[in-house]
Design a binder for this molecule. Structure first.
Ligand SMILES: [Zn+2]
Length: 447
C-alpha cells in the first residue's frame, strides 16, 4: 500500500474536487481512498508514504491523439521542402519519413515518446501509427515499449491506399492482428482500435472491406477534414462532405475518434452528435499546419464529446491546453471564450473518452479508479482551491513541473528520475538512428 500525500489534491471527482492537504491511498493498481493526509496516514500506518512536499497531486494526464512515429523528425531539415499547404506537408515530409522507418526506429520512437509522456505526467496515450516501410510487427514494437515503461496506451495503424492495395491490406492485417493479441491478453494497460488515415486516401471499397472484417466492433481512429483537400476530394468523388461519407460507410459511432474536424459544417456536427462520435482537438498541430481553427466551442455546445490531443506536436498536454486557450480567444475575438471548454476537454472529456476503451476509470482520483497519479512541484503564489485550480494550471504549470509519475499503482518516475530505464542509452541510440533515417530520406544533418 502506498500513500501519496502532503499536497494540494485535485481529484476531478465532482464529489470532492479539492483537498487542501490531501492524500491518495493506493492499493495494487487502483485507488483505495482519497482524503486528508493526516487521517489517511493514521488509518493506514503501514503504507509507504510518498511526500508531495506541498506540491500538487492530480490524476495522470491523457493524450487522445498522438503520433509516436513522428518522434525522429525533431530538428530534421529536408532540402527544398517549403510546403505551401497541408498536402505538401504530408507528401513532402510525413509520408516520405514513414516509408523509410525500420522496426528498430519505430521501437526507439516509442521508447523516447513514452519517456517524454512519463516526464510530462501523461499516463494514457492514444496513438495513431504509420510506417509504410515496415508495416508488419510495427504495433508490437510500440506495444513492447509501452509495456516496459508502464504507460497505458491504445494503439492502431493508419490504413491508407496511398501506397497501393498491397500495403493497405498489410495495414489492415496489422490492425486486426493487434486487436486479436490485445483482446486475448486481457491487459487493461493496452487497448486497440482500427486506424484509418483519412477519407481522401481510402476508397469506398476498402472502407466496406474493413467494416466487413471488423466483426468485434472495434472503434475507428481517423483524421477528419483536417485540410480542405479532404473535403474537396470527398465532395468531388462521392458527392458529399467527409462526415456524411464516413457515416454512410459505417465508420462513425461511440467508439470512433474523429480527429481534427477543422473543415466541417453545422450539419456534419449534428451527425457527429447523433452518432455519439468523439472529436479530438489538436490546437498546436492545426496552427502549425495552417489548416484553420476547428469550431470546437460549437461542438461542445452541441454536446459532442470533444477531447484534447497533441497530434505528435508535443507530449506535454498542458502545452496543448495553453495553446487551445488562446487559439479560441483569438479565433472568436472574445477574451472571455474557452475558459470552461478547454479544461473540460483535457480533464473530464479525455477521461470519459479513455473510459470508453479502458476497463478501469482513469483521469480521476476516487476509490476504484486506476492509480494513475502525478505530483507537480508547484507552490501557488495566490489562494488555490477547487474553483480556481484550472487557472493555476493554465498560468503556473507545464509538463516540466511533473516530478513523480505513478501509472497503474507503479512509480515510473520519482523526483524526475525514471525507474529501471537507462534513459541516456535510449536517447543516444535514438540520435544515431534518427541521423540514419534523415539520411535515408535525403535530409541534411546540420553540423
Ligand atoms: Zn494526427
Amino acid at each position: 500500500m502506498i500513500i501519496i500525500g502532503n499536497g494540494r489534491l485535485i481529484t476531478r471527482d465532482l464529489k470532492t474536487p479539492f483537498v487542501e492537504n490531501g492524500a491518495v491511498c493506493v492499493q495494487g493498481s487502483t485507488i483505495k481512498e482519497v482524503g486528508n493526509t493526516r487521517s489517511l496516514k493514521d488509518k493506514y500506518p503501514e503504507a509507504e508514504f510518498i511526500d508531495a512536499r506541498d506540491g500538487v497531486i492530480m490524476p495522470g494526464l491523457i493524450n487522445t491523439h498522438h503520433h509516436i512515429y513522428s518522434a525522429m523528425a525533431r530538428g530534421m531539415s529536408l532540402p527544398n521542402h517549403n510546403p505551401k499547404n497541408f498536402m505538401e506537408i504530408l507528401e513532402g515530409m510525413w509520408w516520405k519519413l514513414d516509408r523509410k522507418l525500420t522496426l528498430e526506429q519505430i521501437s526507439l520512437s516509442a521508447f523516447t515518446t513514452y519517456l517524454d509522456c512519463v516526464r510530462n505526467g501523461v499516463t494514457t496515450v492514444f496513438d495513431h501509427h504509420a510506417s509504410y516501410g515496415s508495416v508488419e510487427g510495427s504495433l508490437k514494437e510500440i506495444s513492447k515499449a509501452a509495456r516496459e515503461l508502464g504507460v497505458r496506451t491504445c494503439l492502431c495503424y493508419e490504413i491508407s491506399e496511398r501506397d497501393g492495395e498491397e500495403k493497405a491490406k498489410q495495414a489492415i492485417e496489422e490492425n486486426f492482428d493487434f486487436i486479436r493479441v490485445t483482446r486475448s491478453s486481457g491487459n487493461n494497460l493496452q487497448k486497440a482500435m482500427i486506424g484509418l488515415h483519412a477519407s481522401f486516401t481510402l476508397s469506398d471499397g476498402i472502407l466496406d472491406f474493413i467494416g466487413g472484417e471488423n466483426t468485434v466492433g472495434a472503434g475507428y481512429h481517423v483524421h477528419v477534414a483536417e485540410g480542405i483537400a479532404d473535403v474537396q476530394d470527398s465532395v468531388r468523388k462521392y458527392g458529399m462532405r467527409v462526415v456524411h461519407r464516413l457515416r454512410e460507410r459505417n465508420i462513425l459511432g461511440p467508439k470512433t475518434l474523429a480527429v481534427h474536424c477543422v473543415n466541417i459544417d453545422e450539419a456534419e456536427m449534428d451527425v457527429l452528435k447523433e452518432t455519439d462520435t468523439m472529436v479530438i482537438h489538436n490546437p498546436e498541430s492545426n496552427m502549425g499546419n495552417a489548416v484553420g481553427c476547428p469550431q470546437v466551442l460549437d461542438m461542445c455546445r452541441k454536446g459532442i464529446l470533444t477531447g484534447l490531443g497533441t497530434d505528435g506536436y508535443t507530449s506535454d498536454m498542458l502545452e496543448s491546453m495553453k495553446v487551445a486557450n488562446i487559439l479560441h480567444k483569438h479565433d472568436t475575438k472574445n477574451p472571455s471564450a474557452a475558459w470552461g471548454e478547454i479544461p473540460q476537454m483535457l480533464f473530464y472529456n479525455n477521461a470519459e473518452i479513455a473510459g470508453r476503451f479502458f476497463d478501469t476509470p482513469v483521469g480521476v482520483l476516487k476509490p476504484g479508479a486506476a492509480a494513475d497519479i502525478i505530483i507537480m512541484d508547484y507552490i501557488p503564489l495566490t489562494p488555490m482551491n477547487g474553483d480556481n485550480c484550472n487557472g493555476h494550471i493554465l498560468f503556473g504549470m507545464n509538463g516540466r513541473n511533473v516530478v513523480t509519475t505513478m501509472i497503474d499503482g507503479i512509480i515510473r518516475m520519482r523526483d524526475r528520475k525514471l525507474k529501471g530505464i537507462d534513459e541516456a542509452a535510449i536517447m543516444a541510440e535514438s540520435r544515431e538512428e534518427a541521423a540514419r533515417l534523415w539520411k535515408s530520406i535525403g535530409g541534411e544533418i546540420m553540423q
